[in-house]
Design a protein around this ligand. Structure first.
Ligand SMILES: N[C@@H](CCC(=O)N[C@@H](CS)C(=O)NCC(=O)O)C(=O)O
Length: 200
């Protein structure tokens, strides 16, 4: 398996999972700052010119959370994904979609707001509006993490990877200050050796 990767991007998510699984893989660094994602060679792998991409045999898989899900199922014996057609699997799928399609766009907006502020540029929403959008999700997560250590309850699973990576981003944007249980969850995740390797 070959993972096309660039540090500080969404490609840290499948790398984190691969490190948790402890399976062999080849890391191919794509230098986004030098246009490494727009070369004809890379566009032949990923026509969207984005990272991550996973090449497994003759199959190419795109989308960070999809790669995480596919690999967690491929190495089912590592028990990072619940079995298909179980109530746990339904919740696991919900967390994956929540992270990618509900939480991530709001965190992207928070990042856009912070960037505009730093550059002294206008933004299409006020701080109060951005905070309201994030806090609605933050309160939902806080209620969960007041009761549970991980997305799936008592133990770590692949569902914690997209969710945890996005929340680590929110933490860096100072959006988790009022959510101590969620902050503790992010701290638990970012202390994991596999997370630390994924950031290198
Ligand atoms: N939804 C995709 C998004 C992939 C994506 O946008 N990757 C960014 C890095 S985080 C990228 O490669 N951008 C290309 C660029 O910066 O030119 C995923 O989760 O994999």
């Amino acid at each position: 398996m070959k993972l096309y990767y660039s540090p500080f991007t969404r490609s840290t998510r499948p790398r984190w999972l691969l490190e948790e699984l402890g399976v062999p893989y080849e890391l191919v660094k794509v230098d986004l700052t030098a246009g490494g994602n727009e070369t004809p060679e890379y566009l032949a792998v990923n026509p969207l010119g984005a990272v991550p991409s996973l090449v497994d045999g003759d199959q190419v898989i795109l989308e960070s959370a999809a790669i995480v899900m596919v690999l967690a199922d491929k190495f089912a014996e590592k028990a990072l994904a619940p079995a298909l057609n179980t109530p746990e699997r339904a919740k696991y799928t919900q967390w994956m979609f929540f992270a990618m399609s509900t939480l991530e766009p709001v965190v992207v907006e928070c990042a856009g707001f912070s960037l505009a502020q730093a550059d002294g540029k206008p933004f299409h929403k006020s701080e109060a509006e951005v905070k309201e959008s994030f806090d609605r999700l933050g309160s939902y997560l806080e209620a969960h993490f007041a009761q549970h250590q991980y997305a799936m309850g008592a133990s770590f699973s692949a569902a914690d990877i997209p969710l945890g990576a996005i929340l680590a981003w929110a933490r860096s944007l100072k959006r988790l200050e009022g959510f101590p249980h969620t902050l503790a969850y992010v701290a638990r995740l970012t202390e994991r050796p596999a997370f630390k390797v994924s950031r290198k």
